[in-house]
Design a protein around this ligand. Structure first.
Ligand code: ATP
Length: 170
C-alpha cells in the first residue's frame, strides 16, 4: 500500500533536513493539503529529488531552502525556493535543455551532466502540468511547479452500463 501524502512528504523532507544540517544549511518543508490526493509517488519523488538536490547544490553555506506544497482545484502546486546564486533571465530559458549547464567553469566543480531539469520538465509535462523559474529576491531561485492531480474517474464502460440500466427501467 502507498503511504499517505503526509508521510510521503514528511519522509522526504526529513532526509533533506539531515543533509542540509550536515552542510550548514536549513531546509524547511510545509504541506498544506486537505485530505489525500492521488499521486504517482515514484515520479513525484524523482521530481522533488532533482529540484531539492539542485537547491542544495547551488546554494552556499547558510543556504536556506524552503518548500511549500499546496493544492488549488485539481492542481498540486510545488514551490521550491533557495537563496543561492540565482539563474539569469537568459539561462532561465535554457536550463531545461538536455546537457545545458550555466557557466561551465563554475559548475564543473559541482559535478552533474545537465540532465536533471530536462528530466524534471518531462515529468511535469507527462503530468499535464507546467514548471517555471522565478527569482527569489533578494537572492536565489524559486521553481514553481503545477501538477494535475488525477481525479478518480469512472471507467467509460461503467458509464455505458449505467445508462443502459436507466433506459431499461423506462
Ligand atoms: P545533473 O545532471 O546532475 O542534474 P546539473 O545540476 O548541472 O546536473 P540540471 O539539474 O539540469 O543539471 O541543471 C542545469 C543547470 O541549471 C545547472 O548546471 C545550474 O547551472 C543551473 N541550476 C539548476 N538549479 C539551480 C538552482 N537552484 N540555482 C541556481 N542554478 C541552478
Amino acid at each position: 500500500p502507498e503511504e499517505t501524502n503526509a508521510t510521503f512528504f514528511e519522509n522526504i523532507f526529513e532526509s533533506y533536513q539531515m543533509l542540509a544540517q550536515d552542510a550548514d544549511k536549513t531546509f524547511t518543508g510545509t504541506v498544506k493539503l486537505d485530505g489525500n490526493v492521488n499521486l504517482d509517488q515514484s515520479l513525484v519523488k524523482q521530481l522533488m529529488t532533482i529540484l531539492f538536490d539542485n537547491a542544495m547544490k547551488y546554494s552556499n553555506e547558510d543556504g536556506k531552502i524552503d518548500i511549500l506544497i499546496t493544492k488549488s482545484g485539481s492542481y498540486l502546486n510545488l514551490f521550491v525556493s533557495d537563496n543561492g546564486e540565482g539563474i539569469s533571465n537568459e539561462d532561465k530559458k535554457r536550463v531545461f535543455d538536455r546537457f545545458y549547464r550555466v557557466d561551465k567553469a563554475r559548475t564543473r566543480q559541482k559535478g552533474g551532466l545537465g540532465l536533471g531539469l530536462s528530466l524534471a520538465k518531462q515529468i511535469v509535462v507527462a503530468y499535464g502540468g507546467r514548471i517555471a523559474i522565478e527569482d527569489n529576491p533578494p537572492k536565489g531561485t524559486k521553481f514553481v511547479i503545477r501538477l494535475k492531480i488525477e481525479m478518480p474517474t469512472v471507467h467509460p464502460a461503467r458509464i455505458f452500463q449505467k445508462n443502459k440500466e436507466i433506459s431499461d427501467k423506462k
